[in-house]
Design a protein around this ligand. Structure first.
Ligand SMILES: [Zn+2]
Length: 147
């Protein structure tokens, strides 16, 4: 029996996936070798989201692999996760700032400094041009259309 609101999952060891294979720590890509979409599944945008870490480890260890295109599995705010304490689970949601509020060109390329921003910049350093192109496409699409 567990107390209401008690944590039933405990942190899982991520060290086997720390190196990854993408040049970005804790990010692993599986390439089918066939043309197709590139899907990324992320976990641990917030350091206290332990269930996502378990889900990603399950995918890494269960041979879920793309038949076409690529699949990237990435643990995001690992530093906050490493600070996770079951006694104060919300304390490790972020170290310095919300990782999920860093995803604009202005923030990524700005003068801000934080542990979350350093991690976001690690994964995003090759993406600004593509992100800017995506934003232009979004602005060009009239609202209310799904084209
Ligand atoms: Zn979250």
């Amino acid at each position: 029996m567990t107390r209401e609101g008690a944590l039933e999952l405990v942190p899982i060891d991520l060290s086997p996936d720390a190196h990854g294979n993408t040049g970005v720590p804790y990010a692993t890509t599986f390439d089918s070798g066939e043309p197709g979409p590139h899907l990324m599944i992320s976990a641990l945008v917030h350091g206290n989201e332990v269930c996502g870490a378990h889900a990603l480890v399950y995918l890494l260890e269960s041979d879920v692999r793309p038949q076409r295109g690529k699949l990237t599995l990435a643990f995001m705010n690992v530093a906050a996760y490493h600070a996770f304490d079951t006694g104060t689970p919300n304390a490790s949601r972020c170290l310095d700032e919300d990782f999920n509020r860093l995803w604009s060109i202005e923030v990524l390329e700005g003068n801000g400094e934080s542990r979350e921003l350093a991690r976001a910049r690690t994964g995003a350093r090759s993406r600004p041009r593509r992100a800017a192109a995506y934003r232009r496409r979004c602005r060009a699409r009239p609202r209310g259309t799904d084209a």
